[in-house]
Design a protein around this ligand. Structure first.
Ligand code: ADP
Ligand code: MG
Length: 366
């Protein structure tokens, strides 16, 4: 299975004008679902570039529609033991945070609270259906990567060290953050309290550095543990709000900002290089060149990845929009192995060196 890449075009905001719209959506044929994004060639506006995605969501798309179409179908797989990663990519101001976090009102809630809500709902149903024989536990981690350093968002900014948290490659090929806080989470109320607290930590830390949170990558990791007797199945859902993909060389930055931008740009640049390398079938993928790409490990993680490209319709984003369309349309060609996480048996006899047994692989729909 490939990485699923979908584009979401945000609507005009209150001060923005219809006449400045340059990005449009289209379908291959009338009546067919919209899968094409069109944008003029900046060098010759009579020409238009077309980009095809696995799905394109126009400016009228609700939070509910996006979630139902692109995230809800993978919840079942998550409970079957697959890791699911949803990430938002795009220029600052195009709707990444709106898509992932969303607003406070129920209808405005984004992917993250809806994901948690579905996980709790399904978990409760499983516990009920098995008469409590299977228990479902949810634990939350939330961290940011800023200037290629990892910081725990569950901890107050005062606790940050100069180097941030280290990463470690596990035997199963996954990359983990060493020393990351994990908080048990029983229900949506628990989640919301933790999430608000962590987002406040993020803003406070950014303010201290005189920076903006759109300059860091925010990664929420939901660990799902299903236990039946001595069998434990673990899987994770990751929701990532990436830093803005704009080219900071074009923006008017002070000197300090330039250093910071270089590191942020570097990780997004490495991401685009990884996407290129994978889509061209290259042997060497430059994952290790940034922490964000190590964690994302596109095409290496055994699971489901959905990339949401957020777009603004406006002319003043023209070049950055074009560049983000170029990067993400290449990501469609990335193959992901869909392999379920192993069921781990606790209390395995010491004579048996194997501590884990692989579950038979089930073919999955989509
Ligand atoms: P980003 O995180 O990519 O910088 P934001 O999510 O902060 O962008 O969005 C920028 C502005 O546009 C915010 O005011 C946000 O509320 C608004 N916005 C983005 N997407 C939508 C949408 N689909 N519907 C309504 N408002 C949106
Ligand atoms: Mg944002």
């Amino acid at each position: 299975m490939s990485v699923r890449v979908v584009a979401r075009l945000r609507p005009l905001l209150s001060q923005e004008l219809e006449k400045d719209i340059i990005v449009r959506t289209d379908s291959v044929e009338p009546e067919k679902p919209v899968t094409i994004v069109k944008i003029p060639n900046p060098r010759n506006e009579s020409e238009e570039f077309s980009f095809t995605f696995n799905g394109v969501y126009g400016s009228e798309t609700t939070q509910e529609t996006l979630f139902t179409s692109e995230v809800a179908p993978h919840i079942k797989s998550l409970f079957q033991g697959l890791d699911v990663t949803i990430f938002a990519y795009g220029v600052t101001g195009t709707g990444k945070t709106h898509t992932m976090r969303g607003g406070m009102k129920l209808a405005e809630r984004g992917v993250i609270p809806r994901l948690l809500s579905s996980i709790f709902r399904r978990g409760k149903k499983i516990m009920k259906d098995t008469d409590g024989e299977t228990t479902v536990d949810v634990a939350l981690s939330y961290y940011e990567i800023y200037n290629d350093k990892v910081y725990d968002l569950m901890e107050p900014p005062e606790k940050r060290t100069a180097t941030g948290l280290p990463l470690r490659a596990e035997a199963n090929g996954k990359t983990v953050v060493v020393g990351l806080t994990e908080r048990a989470c029983e229900d949506l109320k628990d989640f919301e309290a933790l999430y608000i607290e962590a987002n406040n930590n993020r803003v406070t830390a950014a303010t201290k550095l005189n920076a903006h949170s759109s300059r860091s990558h925010a990664i929420l990791r939901v660990k799902l543990t299903q236990t039946t007797g001595n069998m434990v199945l673990e899987s994770t859902a990751s929701a990532i709000d990436l830093a803005g993909s704009e080219d900071n060389r074009r923006t008017d930055n002070g000197k300090e900002r330039m250093v910071e931008s270089a590191a942020i740009n570097k990780s997004l640049f490495v991401l685009s290089q990884c996407i290129d390398a994978i889509s061209q079938g290259a042997k060497r993928i430059p994952y290790r060149e940034s922490k964000m790409t190590r964690i994302l490990s596109l095409g290496q993680n055994n699971g489901i990845t959905v990339m949401i490209l957020n777009l603004s319709p406006l002319r003043n984003y023209h070049l950055d929009t074009l560049s983000s369309l170029n990067v993400s349309s290449r990501a469609k060609r990335i193959e992901v192995r869909e392999i379920e996480n192993e069921v781990v048996f606790k209390q395995v006899p010491r004579t048996n060196s194997a501590t884990a047994t692989r579950q038979p692989l089930k073919p999955l729909a989509n």
